[in-house]
Design a protein around this ligand. Structure first.
Ligand code: FAD
Ligand code: NAD
Length: 159
């Protein structure tokens, strides 16, 4: 099967966009990711999936921690920066959630300790035990069909 067919099909699943951050020996590294899911309420667990070629893989293996920052609609540029789609180096001022590095202005920050790790194909799944959460008002950045987007005004469903 063609990779493009698989990616086109997966791209039909509209997602939010996160930047995963981790602090390895005082150096903060960020990576854009949309492979993120809530796993369990008791205990509170989430999962992220990191490609074998991503330098983030080794950083999380060393730090044993990561923060999931759910981006706001105003943060497309940060998503592009941490996906390597903006080539020039930029200075990013990170926030702090009880010792965990965060992306300021993200609509949710979820700091985790790695609870378990599963290598599956060319990605590694990190199950994160949630330690702390910070939430802010705002609309999410979306990713669909390989394109960024935002919620259309007035489309919030009334049930
Ligand atoms: P690098 O390529 O080294 O870093 C990524 C970029 O972040 C570089 O431009 C770097 O300069 C910048 N950066 C990192 N830390 C800092 C810092 N402290 N200050 C300033 N800039 C910094 N890949 C996955 O494995 N899983 C996913 O779920 C996933 N989802 C994605 C979703 C979207 C919408 C997009 C666009 C990409 C996604 N990717 C995903 C691909 C992934 O974001 C890229 O392959 C990324 O470049 C891999 O990052 P890296 O860890 O190898 O780090
Ligand atoms: P795209 O058409 O490549 O992505 C559409 C969807 O395909 C994504 O939402 C994801 O679900 C899936 N996908 C893409 N690459 C994947 C991979 N290597 N492993 C597993 N699933 C993958 O969109 P795009 O605009 O071309 O993406 C920009 C870059 O970001 C590409 O290099 C892409 O490979 C990468 N990306 C990687 C992942 C991932 O590793 N999980 C997810 C999204 C995007």
């Amino acid at each position: 099967m063609e990779d493009r067919l698989f990616r086109n099909a997966m791209g039909k699943f509209a997602t939010g966009v996160t930047v995963i951050t981790t602090n390895r020996n005082g150096n903060i590294h960020g990576m854009t990711a949309n492979a993120f899911m809530s796993v369990s309420l008791a205990p509170k667990l989430v999962v992220i999936s990191v490609g074998e070629k991503a330098s983030m893989l080794e950083h999380i293996q060393h730090s044993g921690t990561f923060t999931v920052n759910i981006l706001s609609a105003q943060q497309q540029e940060l998503s592009m920066l941490f996906a390597g789609q903006i080539k020039d180096k930029r200075h990013v001022k990170f926030g702090d959630l009880q010792g965990a590095p965060t992306i300021e202005g993200a609509i949710a920050q979820v700091s985790c300790e790695v609870a378990s790790t599963f290598i599956e194909g060319d990605h590694t799944l990190f199950i994160g035990r949630v330690k702390n959460i910070h939430i802010e008002d705002g609309e999410p950045l979306l990713f669909f069909n390989g394109q960024y987007g935002a919620l259309a005004v007035g489309t919030t469903l009334q049930i």
